[in-house]
Design a binder for this molecule. Sequence first.
Ligand code: TA6
Length: 300
Amino acid sequence: EHKKDINGFPKVILREVRGCSAEVYLHGAQVTSWKNEHGEELLFLSSKAIFKPPKAIRGGIPICFPQFGNHGSLEQHGFARNRTWTVDPDPPPFATISHNKAFIDLILKPSEEDAKIWPHRYEFRLRITLGPGGDLMLTSRIRNTNIDGKSFTFTFAYHTYFSVTDISEVRVEGLETLDYLDNLKNKERVTEQGDAITFESEVDKTYLSTPTKIAIIDHERKRTFVLRKDGLPDAVVWNPWDKKAKAIPDFGDDEYKHMLCVEAACVETPITLKPADNLTHKWYSKAVKVQLSGCISCTG
Ligand code: TA6
């Protein structure tokens, strides 16, 4: 269902048979709401979020492409989350579709402006699916359409903001004993301790070579999020805590207590894409596209 919000910004609403729903803004192709069949909101969205360029919406699931982080020449986390996407008129045959799922296909191609800052041609196709059980799946397919034969590399993340009751009562399971880069200590490489991760201060960690499944347990609300990913070896865990949250203009002062970012990502080893052969419009062979999927389900 295509709608405009109270400020006239276009968004799409996905509804599933049992009453689960999701909302996606064309600004950044950003999911900003994911509700279960009881109408409970499962994603964090800041009360101070800005829904138009040049800001990315604070919350939901920002798409970080073609760069995760702020090390390069591009803006922090790349420009994809700051662009207006369009509905894909010619969606590829994603194998995952079935009749009882709600989905939307969006596409981003470079503008003249973008080509100046990132001199590559690409097609970024994103399918957002709300499954029969209310699972939310994002599948990105990126194709290099350079005609000069040049490959390009990129880093990537689904920068997901989970809504939690109280961050000090949250545990993350699946990242124990793994190595991570501590982004608060100049990306020092550290080995995580042996049991579930809990939170009592600012955290900004890029876990490397992580499992396909990570669990986020909201103890108070007896709710568990399970994040499953494919093609994304890393996972970023972030909570700004009080001081950093106060310093972020579009973040409410106490809102850090009710969110946790766990992000399916590819950070340590960038993905390199060769130019696609001059294939027909049929969807592209494996070699020239990459499929990055993140699926989050929620129990309780
Ligand atoms: O994902 C963690 C992180 O890289 C943090 O360092 C923090 O900058 C966060 O992303 C939010 O970034 P943003 O550009 O959305 O304010």
